[in-house]
Design a protein around this ligand. Structure first.
Ligand code: OAD
Ligand code: ZN
Length: 251
């Protein structure tokens, strides 16, 4: 295991296929709490409140809690940070092929990442459980605030659900297949700001490692992949990613 920026930048430069896998740690610097750190979302909320069964049983109560939680995720002043921006720079420079994210906060898309796989969905969208029609969170929030609770599809009257993967739901199969393929094809797999604990998302670094990719981890704390990583930076993503990109420029 190495924490040498020069060597890590050289590994990014020389790898044919580089895939980044991100978690809530890329967005903390934008002001969104992660899940499992002190003060994280799972300290503030019981995950059972966002279980699919709870949504089915009590969609109105579910939406009230969800919008309360979203005040921390989709507040007006939340913007992409240096970590999201660096991933865009690396993609534009042609050294980063794909970003796979567990985040639903839309910040990679807002920053401008083009090749993006959102395996837990995107919280800015809402989907009808009956007809599959998609609408925006903004529209549904307005309707809830005007008293429409639970919100219903304007086309078919079906229940509206955030277009994200809730506990008790499957991950979107096509997106997961694309993510598995990307993990298999990667020569270098960057695991950035994730505890790498949540299945099946955490199967992606495992697939990458088993199929011969080197792992480069940037995370404040150790993960269960620390032992097998070729490079590990226990540091802030908003410092280390720009440092890696700046070093790459000088190779
Ligand atoms: P976690 O909260 O489990 O892990 C975030 C990691 O990022 C922690 O290990 C932090 O130490 C680290 N971290 C925080 N800020 C950082 C920073 N500025 N620089 C570097 N590291 C930092 O979040 P995820 O791994 O994303 O799923 O959690 C995965 C899934 O668990 C989420 O997508 C969500 C949750 O349950 C669903 O809701 C389906
Ligand atoms: Zn519908």
């Amino acid at each position: 295991m190495s924490d040498d920026i020069q060597q890590a930048a050289a590994a990014i430069e020389t790898a044919d296929t580089v895939v980044a896998f991100t978690g809530a740690g890329v967005s903390t610097a934008s002001g969104i709490p992660d899940f499992r750190s002190e003060g994280g979302l799972w300290e503030q909320y019981d995950p059972a409140e966002f279980h699919y069964q709870r949504f089915k049983r009590d969609p109105g109560g579910f939406w009230e809690k969800r919008l309360e939680m979203y005040e921390q995720v989709f507040a007006d002043d939340i913007e992409p940070n240096e970590a999201h921006e660096t991933l865009v720079t690396l993609e534009q420079r042609g050294v980063l092929d794909t970003v796979i994210t567990q985040n639903i906060d839309d910040l990679h898309g807002a920053a401008g990442t083009e090749s993006l796989l959102e395996i837990h969905g995107n919280g800015r969208r809402v989907v009808c459980e009956e007809c599959g029609k998609r609408s925006t969170l903004e529209d549904v929030t307005d309707r809830i605030e005007a008293g429409e609770l639970p919100p219903r599809c304007q086309t078919c009257g079906g229940p509206l659900k955030p277009d994200v993967v809730l506990f008790g739901e499957e991950l979107p199969e096509t997106t997961m297949q694309q993510a598995r393929t990307a993990a298999r094809e990667a020569d270098l797999f960057l695991a950035i700001g994730s505890s790498l604990t949540v299945e099946p998302a955490a199967s992606l670094p495992r697939i990458a490692h088993r199929t011969g990719s080197s792992l480069l981890i940037v995370n404040l704390e150790a993960t269960s992949f620390s032992d097998v990583a070729a490079f590990e930076f226990r540091s802030d993503v908003t410092e280390t990613l720009p440092e890696l990109a700046a070093t790459l420029e000088q190779l």
